[in-house]
Design a protein. Sequence first.
Length: 404
Amino acid sequence: MARRKAPRLPDAILDQLLAGADPKTAFEADGLLDELKKALAERALNAEMDHHLAGEDAGNTRNGYGRKTVTTETGRIELAIPRDRQATFDPQLIARYQRRFPGFDDKIVSMYARGMSTREIVAHLRELYGIEVSPDLISAVTDAVLEEVAAWQARPLQPVYPLVFFDALRIKVRDEGVVRNKAVHIALGVRADGSKEILGLWLEQNEGAKFWLRVMNELRNRGVEDVLLAVVDGLKGFPDAIRAVFPEALVQTCIVHLLRHSVDFVSYKDRKLVAAALKDIYRALDAAAGEAALAAFESSEWGRRYPAIAQSWRRAWGEVIPFYAFPGEVRRILYTTNAIEALNATLRVRARGHFPTDEAALSLLYLVLNRSENAWKMRPREWVMAKAQFAVIFGERFTRAMAA
């Protein structure tokens, strides 16, 4: 389908607009662009008044103009706001009590989503646009995001997700006068068509079986009836909590997290060699071959030097096995929570220093995640094969996900 081109002003109109004006000043405050914005806004407001009066009683007529100064992304402009005799006109473009031009709040939220603090946003608006706004105004705009977060966190979800990744990001939050480390847990669902959806955010200082059970029940209450395969990072009590709510779910540990945990036991100079030796385990043809490779590693020089590695793999073995049921192309999807690690990398850049409150942390992280989600367009290349494999392994459960 051909792309729609943006409407273009004819050169004759542009020449008329620029006649007698210095083009260098067109983009400055009170320059040509601000004059155009003012003229178009007042034209739109007058059109709104005409529409309003057309639907009113014959006794209601225009009653002159009021003056209102509104803040835009380039400065301040004074608008003539039409009035009616019965004072029933409430314009849509600039609402009765609105003091900021449409799009200005979006600019603030966009800067906030990029990790700028309230003071940085105030300074940025002053230096770049010459606009003086109070920190209270910035806070009022960003606080409005909390309502959006609450609605988003409670929205209905799909009844079936073939694949859900769970992971956590550590951040610092001021809590009762003390800066504490807290975990923001993220659930990323993959629908039957391969598209991705962030299911929710949960901020918690202490995680455990009770916390994860609450998260699973929340997903259930929002409409999720079945999860075919959950990929987790080996958090304590997590597999049991998933199965308590979704008893048929397969739980797969994230292999990359398991590898990272393994090399934590290893001296820095040996890490690459040990990581290479572990490849035989997770690249094995099936579960039996994988277990044989684990036994071989355990009896090898590296296994004897670092016995804790094999022990950690054996403790997680029940959640490693599902991985072997899939071919290599599909394993690349399951093998890691990379889909969510990329989000975490973005969040770590934005989450500088510490957050003043839990709410501020959730607001910023929600905005960053929402921007990331809107940018997702491509399905994983391996998903076509994954769908065929899921259809065989999960049968009617996957068919139901396709129909949702």
